[in-house]
Design a binder for this molecule. Structure first.
Ligand SMILES: *Cc1c(COP(=O)(O)O)cnc(C)c1O
Length: 384
């Protein structure tokens, strides 16, 4: 065991190298120490600012509207699919990880017709195949794509997908949950009907609010599509237009914290500034882990600077639970893999983390490997 003080966030908590919830700033957490009524004018103004800033980050001023959904990111994805795909519609889901799988399940439970195009978790979708599926099956009305598939950390080619969907005259729904706010996706360049994200990923707020950036003209066609009351984006948007208020109790503290987090996002230089810090984090992490012999699942050109999947070392002395616990004792929380293609673990680059924190995590990895008497994070060397 190390005798050094474990690494910690500004509020003394372990650092979360995870895909969310994430380490947040002390000031974001501090924003939550008040109570507001849901009809409080101060709160209503903050909520309005939050929704408008999100549209600006999406490049959708004048053409798009943000419709928030109480709940985690999946609530927003489910709201997006079930509000936009009519009951008579048909959804093509592009799958290369757990979040694509989840979208397919959502559509099936909601009784929508679904087809999928599935590739392995380390492989982007086949663009020619998507084009052919759309050309051959005129019943497909919508396509669902994940921007950064957090299962592996792969960056999917969203602008190429959007171009094909548009060319084929269909509608695109994007899950940009783990990319929005750090990886540019500009509504003026990438044509979509709706994009879902949440408070607690690259915007660095706390969990509890999902949101869907909707093309206003597309949302206007969604009346009566929804198959649930609470996840009806058309109805939720109408509520805002009429009263400026949520239909049901909003997670007020979460929204106020998100307002603070968006202020800090702007101060960092917006999407460009946030993206640069995450790219710096990812580079320090990947270079340092590779130097210790660890192998990444993805080649650099497919890797998003969000979360990195590493193959499990093959040395039999490497025991993942002990590795995990050793890092946790030193103040770093990592994440098990949930890949089907390889035995793996993941380390995130997002949240209130800087390159110094990644260097600290690397030093902790080295110490724990030494403790386990594992010399190398890669394939096992010849037995001693
Ligand atoms: C985090 C995430 C979600 C939503 O997950 P929740 O646990 O519901 O917040 C959806 N899609 C992707 C790609 C994600 O990374």
């Amino acid at each position: 065991m190390t005798t050094r003080k474990p690494a910690a966030s500004e509020t003394g908590d372990p650092l979360l190298l995870t895909p969310g919830p994430l380490t947040t700033s002390a000031s974001v957490k501090q924003a939550m120490v008040h109570d507001w009524g849901s009809r409080d004018q101060g709160f209503i103004a903050i909520n309005k600012m939050v929704l408008e800033k999100i549209v600006e980050l999406a490049g959708g001023q004048g053409t798009h509207v943000t419709v928030p959904v109480q709940g985690s990111g999946t609530f927003a994805v489910e709201a997006m699919i079930t509000s936009f795909v009519p009951r008579t519609g048909k959804l093509l889901v592009l799958i290369n990880g757990a979040y694509g799988q989840r979208a397919k399940k959502i559509a099936e439970i909601a009784g929508r017709a679904v087809v999928s195009h599935e590739t392995p978790e380390d492989t982007p979708p086949d663009l020619a195949r998507i084009e052919k599926m759309l050309a051959d099956d005129k019943a497909i009305t919508h396509v669902f794509a994940v921007h950064c598939e957090t299962t592996s950390g792969i960056l999917n080619p969203i602008s190429e997908i959007a171009a094909i969907v548009k060319k084929q005259g269909r509608r695109l729904l994007v899950d940009s949950m783990s990319a929005f706010g750090a990886i540019e996706i500009d509504a003026r360049a990438i044509h979509y009907d709706a994009l879902a994200a949440s408070s607690n990923k690259c915007l660095e707020g706390v969990p509890g609010l999902g949101f869907v950036v909707c093309r206003t003209t597309a949302l206007a066609e969604c009346k009566g599509n929804a198959t649930t009351l609470v996840l009806d984006l058309f109805d939720q948007a109408e509520g805002f237009a009429k009263t400026g208020q949520y239909r049901f109790t909003p997670p007020i503290h979460v929204i106020v914290a998100l307002g603070k987090a968006i202020e800090e996002h702007a101060a960092e230089g917006g999407v460009k500034g946030r993206g640069k810090r995450y790219r710096d984090n990812a580079k320090v992490l990947i270079d340092g882990m590779r130097a210790m012999g660890f192998r990444t699942l993805l080649p650099n050109e497919l890797q998003a600077p969000i979360i990195v999947t590493f193959h499990m070392p093959t040395d039999p002395k490497f025991v993942f639970q002990r590795f995990y616990d050793g890092l946790k004792d030193r103040g770093y929380v990592i994440y098990p893999g949930k890949l089907t293609v390889a035995d793996s673990f993941r380390m995130g680059c997002i949240g209130r983390l800087y390159p110094e924190h990644m260097k600290g995590a690397l030093a902790a990895v080295r110490e724990v490997l030494d403790e386990l008497r594992v010399s190398n994070g890669g394939p096992a060397l010849a037995a001693e």
